[in-house]
Design a protein around this ligand. Structure first.
Ligand SMILES: Cc1cc2nc3c(=O)[nH]c(=O)nc-3n(C[C@H](O)[C@H](O)[C@H](O)COP(=O)(O)O)c2cc1C
Length: 199
């Protein structure tokens, strides 16, 4: 369906949720996979995939290691951008804004909802550091498995981030590459300004 200003909801998250559900319904393989772009204090960019873990209070959530490369980037520069692309619907959604850490309680709640193996791996992995071998990682996981037979503690350097959008752009594939692009820009006084961009 064509992306028309006249039909666009006032709240971009309504459109986002509609597109996300449509991608799921049409069988997108990993609709929650997003590219996350960060930049360090010298403005050197870096991009990698992470998993989108929902929206809370209008913010996009993801979880990672705070001492990873992305974690260090975000500590130095809290501006970030994410992009979704669902090939089944040929929709792209770009989100840009500032990132803040989730509370320790919120991070713990998510951490403990993950499978035990994933919790142990997160605890064993000093993400983005050089390791001597895979064996070293597997040994660390086995040791932690013995040390914590019941609950795996939330690692001190692991948790969630929330990205508060300054703008969200919806892109829809159209014939002859005359694609639709609608961008919602957050207004200082509240609400969103909607504008169309050339493809
Ligand atoms: C589809 C996909 C999903 C991923 N999800 C996450 C994630 O949610 N959190 C995470 O820390 N890493 C995730 N990764 C691994 C990251 O891409 C990356 O290797 C890791 O976070 C280290 O990145 P950094 O060194 O830039 O910090 C995912 C990778 C792929 C391919």
């Amino acid at each position: 369906m064509a992306l028309l200003e006249s039909r666009a909801p006032a709240d971009p998250l309504v459109l986002f949720k509609r597109w996300y559900r449509e991608a799921e319904r049409r069988g997108a393989l990993q609709p929650d996979a997003i590219a996350l772009a960060t930049a360090d204090a010298s403005c050197i960019p870096s991009v990698r995939m992470v998993l989108h873990k929902g929206i809370r209070d209008g913010r996009f959530l993801f979880y990672t290691n705070y001492e990873s490369r992305k974690g260090r980037d975000l500590a130095a520069n809290n501006r970030a951008a994410i992009v979704f692309y669902w090939s089944v619907t040929r929709h792209q959604v770009r989100v840009s804004g500032r990132v803040s850490r989730l509370s320790r309680a919120a991070s713990a709640a998510y951490f403990h909802s993950r499978p035990r193996g994933a919790q142990l791996s997160a605890l064993a992995s000093r993400q983005s550091r050089v390791v001597s071998s895979r064996g070293e990682l597997e040994k660390a996981v086995a040791e932690l498995d013995r040390r914590y037979p019941k609950t795996v503690p939330l690692p001190s350097d692991w948790g969630g981030y929330a990205l508060r959008p300054d703008w969200i752009e919806f892109w829809e594939n159209r014939e002859d590459r005359l694609h639709d692009r609608l961008r919602y820009v957050r207004r200082r006084e509240g609400g969103w300004r909607l504008e169309r961009l050339a493809p």
